[in-house]
Design a protein around this ligand. Sequence first.
Ligand code: FES
Ligand code: FE
Length: 390
Amino acid sequence: MTTARTAGMSLPQAAYTDPDVYDADLERVFATGWLFAGHTCELDEPGRWIAVDIGRDRVLVVRGDDGALHAHHDVCAHRGSRLTTDDRGCSRAFVCPYHQWVYGLDGRLRSARLMGDGFPSASYRLAPVAVRELAGLVFVCLAGTPPDFDGFAAAVGPPLEPHGLAGARIAVRDRYRVRANWKTIVENNRECYHCRGSHPEFTLSNFDAGTHGEVRANPRFEQAVAAARERWRRRGLPCEEVSFPGGAWYRVSRMPLREGYLTETLDGGPVAPLMGTLTDPDTGSLRMTSLPNLWAHADCDYATTTRLTPVDAGTTDVEVCYLVRADAGDVDTDALTAVWRATSAQDWALCENNWAGIASRGYRPGPLSPMVEGSVEAFLCWYAATFDRV
Ligand code: FES
Ligand code: FE
């Protein structure tokens, strides 16, 4: 099993196609870091829960009677049955379907029938999983000792809070199954080298190449960034850019949209009321990446989250959620989703085509552009360091 890479180059074929590397990715990458699990707004009252599949693990995240979030392995403490089959619900307790052991929302075993007098119920519970909430997003970590979350919270919380995701609702949830390795999909997300050629809807509102700090094809980009950040700072809207600090797993950046566009819709006009505590639609588009499984855009009127769930070396499930204010009323979902449904479909086709080539006999690692693929390099450095840490 070799994933050793040369700096500035894409990964060796095995990193994208070998089932052993895929298994190692689950152990070394997905089981060690913070993973995006879902949204605070779907866990807004005691008993509401979501289930998150991570390889062969499944985690239940539930709002407890105490108002706090709890996360548990979905594994019965009797003989190991799954407790749930749905991916979300609202329950007063979790009842194992096999022999009906009953667990409280906090994971404690409440009752176990026919176990005899003196059975020590208090000695059994659902195995806990670390969970954190940040500005309306929920993260879990399978590791016994999770990595530091505070740096991530300090970077992402202030710019994301004003968008009010905790008080939003999921207006649309789209699911896709993509025939590509999860890293191929992250790489695609980390560059806009491909945008001009493939994303006519996205490039209506967005400058078309690279991420901030890289060379842009459009010379007006840097001027637009400087002018927008000056306006945002005067209004007190956080716009500090943080990009994989010290090789960390996260990035956040508030990006200006093209002139005449207030949001990422086809005509640039908002499709819903301003989110959260925003008072001016001139917010640009807040971009957030949390490796290995989330990227999000928060605009003035809506936000999207894209969550990756690896299925096998060549298959990844993707969930895209569109959030608007909870009290937004009827929203034109065609207008809401027009840019991202088009862009997502285009990206999945690019990724499947990319992975098919990678999986073939003719593939060799190729060179990344130092001008517009710097964020792919940052991802691959983070991946290699994370993979090799164990
Ligand atoms: Fe759950 Fe038996 S496995 S009650
Ligand atoms: Fe794309």
